[in-house]
Design a protein around this ligand. Structure first.
Ligand SMILES: *Cc1c(COP(=O)(O)O)cnc(C)c1O
Length: 428
């Protein structure tokens, strides 16, 4: 069933560290061999052995309308003929910036970069440059890319691999990053009190998606906003995952919370490598060449990446019903999964908001990294493989969020729920 994948993974291991170009792809926490993909269309992935899967990763978010979305593919093809890079400004970049400013609340200006990592790294530099302070507060199990400052108590692959402190990150850098449990406002207030006039920024995933999907508890984000305002701290809303996913204006719009600097990635590039950071004019004018906070990129604002993102974002802007439909589908999936797990008599938690969902096999609510880590991840491992065998491609770690795409049909959801029922019977 996986002959070619197995052979490719062995070959890959000789020339690529761990056989993959990003750790979460490696199936480390669920065991087994990663599946090598050949092509994809809509809600389906097809691997090199010809197996078909319903995709609940969707490239970790970007494929919100499904794979190989026709208008995006066409736009890329057209723009590729004009040149794949100029290294000079283009009209398209202005249109993209205007579109983003139009879609997202609380921002006047935006700078394009090439990944979510770059966006968060640059946002932190800007916050430090703007406030003249060095320290940053982040939350355990939140992931903001792989820049040094953020690899302290990080989620996603760092959590999946169980890496406590990352070799190569100097003590000096790590000491400027203070980390606290998600959803614990008193802990943040205490840190701020202990470090007067030293905190440049609090960075947060407004809905956490890198330790499974964890919702902010009522009052938590509001409390952070007030704390930042009272202490001259910038609130960096990392919307790399939630931006353009939870609503056209992201979590800021859905939850009604205002960030000072907003970071983007994933959906913003329509499947091409793009990130961005944005904010009020007064803050963003500190970015070079308008200001002195240096930030640059040879391929930033790349025309192919820009037209892919532009085409996808424009579709989302023009069809707000997509978000309602995505949420309906996700709720329906969650209901079906509850049935499947309930029938099997296992304890479970399903966290869901909009088209983000995650499953933890635990009897208590999953509200932070500690509760997520305490779930039965051995059961998740077996569930993952049973689903894979049945043609359902889930994130290969309980510390990751499932993403639902608009191409997913009623039949796909029923197929998935039936696969979940059969899987639970098979692994019990
Ligand atoms: C994926 C992600 C990042 C990093 O983005 P890359 O494009 O992988 O560098 C940062 N923050 C959040 C919340 C993410 O989900």
């Amino acid at each position: 069933m996986y002959t070619k994948s197995n052979a490719l993974f062995e070959q890959a291991g000789k020339v690529i560290p761990g056989g993959v170009n990003s750790p979460v792809r490696a199936f480390k926490s669920v065991g087994g061999t990663p599946v090598f993909m050949q092509h994809a269309k809509g809600a389906y992935l097809y691997d090199v052995d010809g197996n078909r899967y319903i995709d609940y990763i969707n490239s970790w978010g970007p494929m919100i309308l499904g794979h190989a979305y026709e208008p995006v593919v066409k736009a890329i093809q057209e723009y590729a003929t004009y040149s794949t890079s100029f290294g000079a400004p283009t009209e398209l970049e202005v249109k993209v910036a205007e579109l983003i400013v139009d879609m997202v609340p609380n921002i006047d200006m935006v700078r394009m970069v090439n990944s979510g990592t770059e966006a968060c790294m640059s946002a932190l530099r800007l916050a430090r440059g703007y406030t003249g302070r060095n320290k940053v507060i982040k939350f355990e199990g939140n992931y903001h890319g792989h820049a040094d400052s953020f690899l302290v108590s990080a989620g996603s692959g760092v959590a999946t691999l169980g890496i406590q402190s990352v070799p190569g990150v100097t003590t000096a850098v790590a000491e400027d990053t203070l980390s606290v449990p998600y959803n614990n406002l008193p802990a943040v207030e205490q840190l701020v009190a202990e470090n007067p006039d030293q905190i440049a920024a609090i960075i947060i995933e407004p809905v956490a998606g890198n330790m499974g999907c964890i919702l902010p508890q009522p009052g938590f984000l509001e409390g952070l906003r007030a704390l930042c305002d009272a202490n001259g701290i910038l609130l960096i809303m990392d919307e790399v995952m939630t931006g353009f996913r939870l609503a056209k204006g992201g979590a800021q719009e859905l939850l009604g919370i205002k960030g000072d600097i907003i970071t983007f990635g994933k959906i913003i590039g329509g499947g091409m490598p793009v990130g961005a950071f944005a904010g009020r004019r007064e803050i963003m004018e500190h970015v070079a060449p308008a200001g002195k906070v240096y930030q640059a990129g040879t391929l930033s604002g790349n025309p192919i990446a820009m037209i892919a993102g532009y085409t996808l974002l424009k579709t989302l802007q023009e069809h707000p019903s997509i978000y309602t439909q995505l949420e309906e589908k996700t709720t329906q999936l969650a209901t079906g999964l509850r049935e499947a797990f309930g029938a099997a008599g296992v304890v479970y938690q399903i966290n869901q908001i909009g088209s983000m969902l995650s499953v933890h096999f635990a009897e208590y609510p999953i509200v932070d990294f500690t509760s997520a880590s305490g779930a039965n991840n051995e059961l998740f491992r077996r569930f993952f493989h049973a689903m894979l065998e049945r043609g359902v491609y889930l994130p290969p770690s309980a510390f990751e969020t499932w993403f639902i795409c608009h191409a997913l049909t009623q039949e796909d959801i029923e197929f998935t729920v039936n696969a979940a029922k059969a899987s639970m019977l098979a692994i019990k």
